[in-house]
Design a protein around this ligand. Structure first.
Ligand SMILES: [Zn+2]
Length: 363
């Protein structure tokens, strides 16, 4: 890409690992797949970003409205009867609901490519690399599958790189969290201390939409982002059995802990992660540790944030998690190829499908 679109007006760095042709992560490339290449799925526009970019969504598999109850999730729990929200759980739904959300953070391109690969598999039987994926396709076809490959197109549009394998982590961080006016980087955690991100901004990080909102830490009771609001409504409407919120980091794959949820949820998440990691081990792919089942914010600690994961749970997702997919900047990622970054996600998608098919009502 020319440096013309580089908001930093600096030369782009070159990696020794070039981005392969099949790795499509640009806004236009993702929009092309969602809006022009989907024939079997149903395409909807979830929302329009502050930068006036569409947030597209592709849905496969019929819903089961007859299982919907008479109350929102919160009120159903208040009634002591979760079925008043949705009848779901083992043996109830014919099509368990799986939602794949990617690109909440615009520099975290890996999950976007994984989500597009799922759409390609559903449409053509071949993944984004062009490899046949009959087993994964057959499993995913039995679900109600909702794919949102790029939740924050504004952020993605600010990033001139399409992938990070072999590039310095600082370069990713500079575009990810952005800089102050003097060029100093905000970096990962300090960037969260300014929200919405406005004022002393040299280059707005890809974390944020064009209004400076990081959707992971939106205002849950009055969302600043229309996309956040639409996502919460979608979750409430669908009652997904499982949500993957695909993020990226320069670490080995990691399923993050979820806070402000019941212990039963935390145990279910730990069990899920244990099995998902076992499958990565089997394929020789890396991962970090299973999230611990612990109390939130013991005395003497800074309490954890109520981020998008508990928000999705409290809106109606039965199991939801953020998964960090490796950027591949350095050896700390445990991967050094784009193919491995994709393979990790295919393993995780199949783990999700098998988990969900275990809940399925067989006819
Ligand atoms: Zn992220």
């Amino acid at each position: 890409m020319s440096t013309g679109s580089n908001p930093c007006k600096q030369e782009l760095l070159k990696s020794e690992v070039p981005v392969p042709r099949w790795w499509k992560s640009k806004v236009e490339e993702i929009q092309e797949v969602v809006y022009n290449q989907v024939k079997r799925g149903e395409v909807q526009t979830l929302s329009v970003s502050p930068g006036e970019r569409k947030v597209g969504m592709v849905i496969y598999g019929d819903p089961e409205p007859e299982l919907k109850g008479t109350a929102n999730f919160n009120s159903a729990l208040g009634s002591g009867n979760p079925d008043a929200y949705y009848r779901r759980g083992p043996g109830v739904r014919k099509r368990p609901v799986f939602m794949i959300l990617a690109g909440v953070h615009g520099q975290e391109v890996e999950g976007m490519v994984g989500a597009v690969s799922v759409i390609k598999i559903m449409e053509t039987g071949k993944d984004i690399m062009g490899r046949e994926q009959p087993v994964l396709k057959e499993k995913l076809e039995k679900l109600r599958l909702i794919v949102i490959p790029l939740a924050n197109p504004d952020g993605r549009a600010r990033v001139p790189y399409d992938g990070w394998v072999g590039l310095p982590e600082d370069e990713m961080t500079r575009y990810g969290q952005g800089t102050k006016k003097n060029g100093e980087m905000y970096r990962w955690l300090p960037s969260k201390a300014v929200h919405p991100m406005r004022g002393d901004v040299g280059m707005l990080g890809a974390y944020f939409d064009d209004n400076g909102v990081n959707m992971m830490h939106d205002e849950w009771f009055a969302p600043m982002s229309n996309t956040t609001k639409a996502l919460l409504e979608l979750v409430g409407r669908e009652g997904p059995d499982l949500v993957y919120n695909l993020h990226g980091a320069n670490i080995k794959p990691k399923i993050l802990p979820v806070n402000y949820v019941p212990v039963s949820f935390k145990q279910k998440l730990a069990d899920f992660a244990t099995e998902a990691y076992r499958r990565l081990d089997e394929k020789g792919l890396p991962h970090l540790e299973v999230p611990e089942v612990t109390e939130d914010g013991p005395v003497g600690t800074v309490p954890p944030a109520f981020n998008m994961s508990p928000a999705f749970y409290h809106a109606g997702a039965d199991l939801t998690m953020v998964i960090e997919i490796p950027h591949g900047c350095t050896a700390r990622s445990g991967v050094s190829s784009y193919e491995a970054i994709l393979d990790i996600q295919h393993v995780l998608f199949e783990a999700a499908a098998d988990y969900l098919l275990g809940l399925r009502r067989n006819e």
